[in-house]
Write a protein of this length. Sequence first.
Length: 331
Amino acid sequence: MLLEPVWNTENHWVALRVHADGAQLALLAPMLADSSLAKLPCLWESADGLLPPDLPGHHPYVVLLNNNELPLPSPQTGRRLLTAPSEDPGLICGITTLPSQLPPKVWLTGTWLLAPQKTDGRPNPSKPVLLELLGLITSDADTPAIEKVIAKAPQLVFSLLRLVNSVAVGGGAHAESLRQAIAILGRRQLQRWLQLLLYAEQFGSDSGTPPLLLLAALRAKRLESWAGSDALPNIKPDAAFMAGMLSLLDRLFGQPLAEILNPLPLSPELSAGLLAAEGPIGNAIKALGAIEAADNTLLASLLPDTHSANWLQSETNACHWVRKLLASGDA
């Protein structure tokens, strides 16, 4: 079982495609209802066009019939989201390269997000600082050293203050200086948000939330949830989270990953997983690729348990966290 974000041509996350059987969907339904995914349309493929009987909750479902690439109405009353068949957006599945032109409002799934990203073309003075910060984060540098480097880039200071002063993160606390922002966030959260800013700051402030940022965050949260389990044994959650964030830097910067990461003091486990696709982290990143390609067969061959209620909850929690990140508007 896996969950696949569905995007539209405006780079908005508009729906969630569930790759699962009927029994798994029934287990998943209440988990979705209790998360930030509750109002997100749920696309599910059915051979007969029917949802499982007695499906709990009132989640908006759209049934895909025999992998037809158009959302079709579900026969069940109350399970229909879109108002009329003529208003349904098209759904194009399994895109690997984004075409230059697509009809407006079309829905997309696939690995096209993994293609090298295009920024807005303007010089980004924060990039050298971001790479320097990455070195500090991976070497577990002390907070004053991190604070000194952040201060080199005023845009980073602004982004960090905006983050901390959001309701989602600050909890009512208000920071007026970089030092206060760091104190409110705490060291662990500071390191995580700086990893997210690596992606956010490569794009103009008027570009919206880049999908690659959300994909990297989803990778990081998934790996964090697998840490210490059979899926990712003997790896600490923070190291797993960092592995997910680092794994897409080659797409972000348009450089080989080894070129970006070799100067960094990575642990042997991180180096083996990210640069040689070896060990538990390497296997887990391959599993992430299977999820992003919606390949349930490959995923099941790489991870020991992708059918249990715990796995369903893990997938839901990861998507829920990233949806909250998107809703905060502070990435």
